[in-house]
Design a protein around this ligand. Structure first.
Ligand code: C2E
Ligand code: CA
Ligand code: CA
Ligand code: CA
Length: 276
């Protein structure tokens, strides 16, 4: 234990080098996207049990590498968080979301609100809320239309996050705690953070559905007891829908309804689904 054979060491060094190269390339692609405004967006529909239609969507960023392959979003967001380019990248994402909403009149097509991911790193940016408000106002979109999804992490500066979330809410937006049930986010944060929605992570739903844990049984009533609405992601089957119906979920998102779609395909999907 604790020692490597020489050829293993070479292998490890090679991997570290590959990893560093990939990191640099992705960081470079992020810089380029910021400069040439080339970040792409996908939109994934969110279904409302109460309304029995698609009432919302989540905006998901997409970025290609030098070989025109899409980079894993979790990876490029991670890179952007490390070098703080997430602040400019997210501003572009938000502005493009507003333009998408206005260009397609999505609030006349049954959409009530849009879910936007924000990183805890952005909460350290003192201008964040003012900047977002200014962009929304420029497109004439009421700030109430935005629901911001935030994931806690070990590195989170809790005070900055709480202050930013409070400011977003004071301006009429709503907050969803993302990735709930995956390690860092805990029950206490439901009580401590000013949140309106809890977004159950897909891994939790899937492990419940396959009988690997019963956690969801206790979790759901607790969240509802705190007066929070529940969004479930990773809905892939009718069985998943049944679980959420039984437990009292409010909003569902997943491949069962649709994968994340580009602008054109999202609008086509929405019109077929809500008015077809
Ligand atoms: P997330 O916020 O938890 O987003 C949900 C992820 O689950 C998305 O992955 C979505 O495509 C995927 N998903 C939704 N339903 C299903 C399903 O039924 N089955 C399966 N297998 N997957 C499903 P995606 O698009 O790869 O994004 C990964 C993560 O990247 C996001 O996780 C989010 O943390 C981050 N991300 C993406 N865009 C942005 C952004 O603009 N800003 C920030 N801060 N983070 C972003
Ligand atoms: Ca999210
Ligand atoms: Ca999530
Ligand atoms: Ca996630």
């Amino acid at each position: 234990k604790g020692h490597h054979k020489p050829n293993e060491l070479i292998h490890l060094r090679k991997e570290a080098l590959e990893e560093a190269r990939r990191f640099k390339e992705v960081a470079h692609r992020i810089e380029e996207a910021i400069l040439d405004n080339s970040l792409e967006l996908n939109f994934q529909p969110i279904y409302s049990f109460e309304k029995n239609r698609i009432t919302s969507l989540e905006v998901l960023s997409r970025l290609k590498d030098g070989k025109h392959n899409y980079i894993n979003p979790e990876y490029f967001i991670h890179v952007a968080e490390i070098n703080h380019t997430i602040i400019q990248l997210s501003r572009q994402m938000f502005e493009k979301t507003c333009r998408f909403a206005v260009d397609n009149n999505i609030f006349d097509r049954g959409i009530n609100d849009m879910n936007i991911n924000i990183s805890p790193i952005q909460c350290q940016d003192k201008h964040l809320v003012q900047d977002l408000k200014k962009i929304a106002a420029k497109y004439g979109i009421p700030f109430e239309r935005f629901h911001f999804e935030i994931t806690e992490s070990r590195l989170t500066d809790e005070k900055a996050v709480r202050e930013t979330l409070t400011k977003l809410k004071e301006n009429g937006a709503k907050i969803a705690l993302d990735d709930f049930g995956t390690g860092y986010s805990n029950i206490a944060s439901i009580m401590l953070m000013p949140i309106d929605f809890v977004k159950i992570d897909k891994s939790l739903l899937w492990s419940y559905a396959s009988g690997d844990n019963e956690f969801l049984n206790e979790l759901m009533p607790m969240i509802r007891g705190e007066g929070k609405k529940i969004i479930a992601e990773g809905i892939e089957t009718e069985e998943h829908i049944e679980i959420l119906r039984r437990m009292g979920g409010d909003f569902l998102q997943g491949y069962y309804y649709s994968k994340p779609l580009n602008e054109e395909n999202f609008i086509r999907f929405l019109d077929a689904r809500n008015n077809g």
